[in-house]
Design a protein around this ligand. Sequence first.
Ligand code: PEP
Ligand code: MN
Length: 357
Amino acid sequence: MNDLRVLFEECATEPIIIAGPCSAESREQTLATARGVAAAGVKIFRAGIWKPRTKPGSFEGRGAEALAWLAEVKASVGLKVITEVATPEHLDMALRAGVDGVWIGARTTTNPFATQQIADALRGVDTAVIVKNPVIPDVDLWIGAIERIYNSGVRRIAAVHRGFGTHETTPYRNAPHWSVPIELHRRLPMLTILSDPSHIGGRSDMVAQLSQQALDIGFAGLMIESHTEPDVALSDAMQQVTPEVLDAILHSLRLHRTPASDDALADYRLHIDTIDSRIIELLAERMDVARAIGEYKRARGMAIVQHDRYNDLLLSAEARAKMMSVPREFIHQIFSAIHEESVRQQIAISEAAEKKV
Ligand code: PEP
Ligand code: MN
């Protein structure tokens, strides 16, 4: 895939920023959001029209009527406009309305039959196509979808990392599993890969930090959901930021340029950053369990610190560390700190419960 090209030559900014509402809800909301994100410097506008919803009965998008609003954004605000397509019919309608590009959503990427149908319909069409990661963390499935689009002749392709569904409790709506997009980059180095902090975090207050993390790791840009009134958004209300907040986030981002000569160092750092993210995710998960234990002990009037248990925990951590050639003293320090924090959290739970009674 050495002949892949950037999505839009005219707006190949660094980083590439795509922003817009989860859904185009009305002409007014679509245009107002487009003007807002344009004022924040964004050149590529996203808005969903056909929404793949997990639960029946939730808002499924305005459908074809909203295409006219996107055409208006393109003509009067001057942004490139893209929307999600899940079927050849969607693609046909979107292209007729003059969209500049389309994205294939996570649920569609997961299904090779659906992706192939869209790929077939893309034959001979010059448009930009973004392939979001499949819902499950399977890099081959993601690459397979990208190859299907590539084989249909499209060369302006990018991937969007939007995190992965998981049954585990994590601080994220969709766990990032950073190693998956990093592997995608290793396998397809010419491919533009963006990150979608909105769907990863699922919360507007996580967008800034996840955006910075993605740029630190080396993503080429971001896709961020923005809505003029997030609180009343008809889909993904929790994760959208106003265009003003988007502007502040974009201004706060630190950009990184790795000199070409330092590729090897950049790879090592990428690897370390991924491991560090996993450590933090695991600590967050551990903290959740510790709090649940705190509730359990409190309900049964048990003491917070049980010395035998603490001793056993330290001894077994040290034994495991020895097996893996990690210095004993180092592991002792780390686990003491982790345990101390768990105790602190459990004390906070007891205090909060006492205040209530
Ligand atoms: C979206 O971008 O609004 C969307 C539905 O995304 P995903 O396919 O990543 O869930
Ligand atoms: Mn959304």
